[in-house]
Ligand binder design. Sequence first.
Ligand code: PBG
Length: 328
Amino acid sequence: MLVRPRRNRISKTIREMVKETILRPANLIYPLFIVEGKQIKSEVKSLPGNYRWSLDMLIPEIQECINMGIQSFILFPSVDDSFKNSTATYSYNEKNFYLKAISAIKEEYPNICLISDVAMDPYSSDGHDGYVRDGEILNDETLPILGKMAVAQAEAGIDIVGPSDMMDGRVEFIRKELDKEGFKNVGIMSYSAKYASAFYGPFRDALDSAPKEGNKKTYQMDPANSTEAIKEAKLDESEGADYLMVKPALNYLDVIQLLKQNSNLPIAAYHVSGECAMLTAACENGWLEYEKAMPETLLSIKRAGADIILTYFAKDYAKLLKEGKIPL
Ligand code: PBG
């Protein structure tokens, strides 16, 4: 035998030397749910280890994450039903606790990167991402609402806005609105290939944001499609997106790779709530070992081509690294 691939795996030192994929905490974005009030830390039942935080409790939690090496966060509001309506007006109301939280967090930690969600669903009485009229989820009529939402978030101090409704013309419209208001340096992370997936369940539990009627198939992509993801990505790029996102991540590793090969923009992958919940459940049952299965999972998303990973395991991953339990 002239060729023995095992020689390159013979020792830990050699294995580390030939390692092809490295995942640093700086590549991770940690999703956090915010709720109005004080002294609230209420666990999302279907996503153990994740909470709806009131701002006063969230501030020290963010400090803990920073101490672990996590520097980027995506924030989602859990809005009381009494503030929801068909046009999501609360999303850009200056009294909105989510906007106030963005300002407070940026004031406390000016060097972190804060990312927002720009979609109607947390604020919509219909539970859809767009404006619903006579049962139809309207594309163009939703745009001005999203524009106001993005500008309000920029005014609050957000670093990157994340249009997540997977409808048409979002990036260009939001880019123009932001520029018009002087927010040229606020970035856009576009949910370019977001699928109509069954894996968003725990997230919708967290925000109580499930659609009241119907489903999201007229705007989110069909899980059967991948060339369509390239079309969506190219459109977002031409409209001025700074990052492209694939969502979910694990069942769509091929799509992550495809976008990486077809774009020069950084590719983000959203390791969504249902994907994290599955692994957590298996580990809680003793069927998988969390400290091994979790880092392997995140590494596989990076290896597929994701530059950035949004994951509910961000803090735990950074902690394992810090404790020296996994190699960098
Ligand atoms: C909707 C939005 C969803 C998620 C992020 N933004 C849910 C949906 O499309 O219904 C899901 C994230 C997750 O499951 O972790 N704007």
